[in-house]
Design a protein around this ligand. Sequence first.
Ligand SMILES: C[S@@+](CC[C@H](N)C(=O)[O-])C[C@H]1O[C@@H](n2cnc3c(N)ncnc32)[C@H](O)[C@@H]1O
Length: 213
Amino acid sequence: MRLDVFTLVPHAFAWLTEQRPLATVLGGELDLRLFSYRDTTPLGSGTVDDEPYGGGAGMVLRVDVVAAALDAVYDGPPAHRVVALSPQGRQLTQEVVEELAKEDHLTLLSARFEGFDERIVEHLCTDSLSIGPYVLSNGDLPAMVLVDAIARRLPGALAEGSGELESFSPELGGRLEHPQYTRPAEFRGWRVPDVLLSGDHGKIERWRKEHVR
Ligand SMILES: C[S@@+](CC[C@H](N)C(=O)[O-])C[C@H]1O[C@@H](n2cnc3c(N)ncnc32)[C@H](O)[C@@H]1O
């Protein structure tokens, strides 16, 4: 999958690209490319945003800047989905992640301050996605959330079996995974359930199924 992110801070994604499972698929199943609006802005001195028409606080990301950035990379209207990250978008769920992870090519657009000139969302994007009903300062953390959530669904990202029975998966009926425990078996009087120490795989399977929440 090719995943393109347009941002003002491409360097901020360096940390993410070093983390597994993303690092595992990078350069293989995942071709992650980062672009800065500043590199292609048609305005002077790296300007990318402007004051809102009608007045008010803050700055708005300009439509001509985003159009120039997309034109420079795609040389015309992209044939794939272009997603604006916005608190006003469709809410992100695991179902949406699974849907996006099936795409061959996807573009994410991040904004900051007051957000996008609405014409960007209307005319240059196919989707608008929110990572939750709260407002962050910019779209870079939301972009990273999406990149990570998508990357871990790509083939080879996770050890075999570990991605199927997860919280929100269809296999668990969209519910939450059973509780997990590791050593020590007892700590401050808090004991791991006996069944998990029993070595009886049938009983353990039953206990896990009963404890899906
Ligand atoms: C401060 S927000 C703009 C908020 C906007 N003025 C509003 O009231 O809806 C700046 C940018 O951060 C990103 N952002 C903030 N919260 C987000 C969320 N919950 N999901 C996705 N993107 C978000 C978007 O790219 C947004 O344009």
